[in-house]
Design a protein around this ligand. Structure first.
Ligand code: SF4
Ligand code: SF4
Length: 178
């Protein structure tokens, strides 16, 4: 976590929010979020830490910068989402921890295979969560995806992580460790 990260510094980042909802309307991941980005910024302005870290909204931000580009107030929204992730990591917030394990299993799988291997990825995620109930929670969605042939048990061909992808991962690690 950067030394200056706190709910107060995130509030300073979004202090100019006028609750227009453009960020929510622009967010590519809003459909999967439990709170819209606009709602999240409202909670940040109110300093409602419990509600903020009970939400998965910031964990689902994929840093596409679309909201940042479109916010009429020019607020650094993607940076604010990243700061919330860092705070949640350093404070070991339970809801985020579960999302972070999902993200880590996803990244490890892409890094290893050069693409996502769904079954291997989900097995690694279930294993890392150490929660025996978790596979059953995902079972309905998994069954739907199997029927739609979006996932399968057969391992797709892979040539391992291409050198350019590996270079990208290393650069991100370097930037994150600064
Ligand atoms: S687009 Fe900007 S001003 Fe509008 S709700 Fe989102 S953060 Fe607030
Ligand atoms: S940067 Fe994050 S919150 Fe903003 S539009 Fe992209 S995914 Fe949504």
């Amino acid at each position: 976590m950067k030394n200056q990260d706190s709910i107060e510094t995130v509030r300073d980042m979004v202090i100019g929010c006028m609750q227009c909802g453009t960020c929510s309307g622009s967010c590519i991941n809003a459909f999967a979020m439990d709170l819209t980005p606009r709602h999240l910024w409202r909670l940040v302005l109110m300093g409602d830490k419990k509600a903020i870290f009970n939400s998965k909204t910031f964990a689902l931000c994929s840093a596409c910068y679309y909201c940042t580009l479109r916010c009429p107030q020019g607020l650094p929204l993607t940076e604010a989402m990243a700061a919330l992730k860092r705070i949640a990591t350093s404070e070991n917030e339970a809801v985020y921890k579960s999302s972070a394990k999902f993200n880590q299993a996803f990244i490890n799988n892409v890094r290893k295979n050069g693409r996502i291997q769904e079954m291997e990825f989900m097995t690694a995620y279930f294993w890392s969560s150490r929660n025996p109930v978790l596979p059953f929670q995902f079972a309905p969605m998994g069954t739907r995806l199997l029927f739609k042939r979006k996932v399968g048990f057969k391992k797709p061909p892979t040539a391992g992580s291409p050198p350019r992808l590996e270079a990208l991962f290393r650069k991100v690690e370097e930037l994150e460790n600064r």
